[in-house]
Write a protein that binds this ligand. Structure first.
Ligand SMILES: [Zn+2]
Length: 288
């Protein structure tokens, strides 16, 4: 791809990230390989929603600026680490999408076998340990997961995705935020049915059939191997990590203290704010 079309693609990806609320103000950064030795990178201190193609910086693989009126992104070190560890990666996207970042703040990884699309494209989405943004700590935190993952959360910070081109990396950011929203809703509803380990294996096999370049194989739940992923999926059928809400007969008794849920004729359950809070608290306790 020509340099001018890559510049235009970075502008477009930045515009979409900002329009979707994945970044605020000057947050986020985007880069792409220009050739074997050079990167095209967003500049520091600009809003990603209002960039123009001429703003981009060209750096070498050590982060030294080769061309551009502005200085490269403050997260250049993190991007360089990804390119060093992953010769297959052509583009890197970093943003702070609010729901996914909420999971990153809560310390809850998106690693449960819930959605087939996520399992085939990204697999598991772990959380890289907290590191001060723009320091050398951040690339070190990312290094632990980047070999086996195309997307990860950054603790108390945001998310990082990589891909075979700019749009592939950007779409993975969309997938992570979408997945985070769905996970949040399912957990608020009080039930999260997981896909079985057998189904996860089947989906993993499909990756090849659909020509999806899988980030890495999914290993056993306990594996501590950097070259594979860990997905939480129960063997032999779905398991409910979050229990069903108590049945009507149980409501109003021991499990919820003063709770006195009432069902109307259609089986609709009405809860007071306090009862709902108790349900959510119990669900959160069960997540830990
Ligand atoms: Zn950031």
């Amino acid at each position: 791809m020509s340099e001018s079309s890559l510049r235009a693609d970075i502008v477009e990806v930045g515009r979409r990230m900002y329009a979707r609320g994945y970044t605020a103000s000057n947050d986020g950064n985007i880069s792409v390989r220009l050739d074997a030795n050079r990167l095209l990178m967003t500049p520091k201190s600009v809003c990603k929603g209002f960039m123009t193609p001429d703003m981009m910086c060209i750096t070498d693989l050590e982060g030294r600026k080769l061309q551009g009126d502005r200085d490269p992104s403050s997260e250049t070190l993190m991007h360089l680490e990804v390119y060093r560890q992953r010769p297959d990666v052509q583009a890197v996207v970093h943003a702070h999408p609010p729901t996914a970042t909420g999971f990153a703040v809560a310390g809850i990884p998106l690693d449960r076998a819930v959605l087939a699309e996520v399992l085939t494209t990204l697999g598991s989405i772990p959380i890289a340990e907290y590191a001060t943004p723009s320091t050398r700590e951040l690339p070190e935190a990312v290094r632990q997961y980047i070999k086996a993952h195309d997307g990860m959360l950054l603790a108390n910070h945001g998310a990082l995705t990589v891909g075979a081109d700019l749009f592939a990396a950007y779409y993975k950011m969309e997938t992570i935020e979408h997945f985070a929203k769905i996970s949040l809703v399912a957990r608020m509803l009080g039930r999260e049915n997981l896909l079985s380990r057998e189904e996860v294996t089947r989906l993993q096999d499909l990756r090849g059939a659909y020509g999806i370049k899988a980030p890495a194989p999914i290993c056993a739940e306990t594996a501590e191997d950097e070259s594979c992923q860990v997905v939480q999926a129960p063997a032999g059928g779905g398991r409910r990590l979050v229990p069903d809400p108590p049945s009507l007969a149980q409501r109003g008794h021991a499990s919820f203290g003063e709770a006195s849920a009432q069902a109307d004729g259609e089986g609709e359950i009405r809860l007071t704010y306090r009862e709902l809070s108790a349900l959510i608290e119990e669900a959160v306790r069960n997540l830990r």
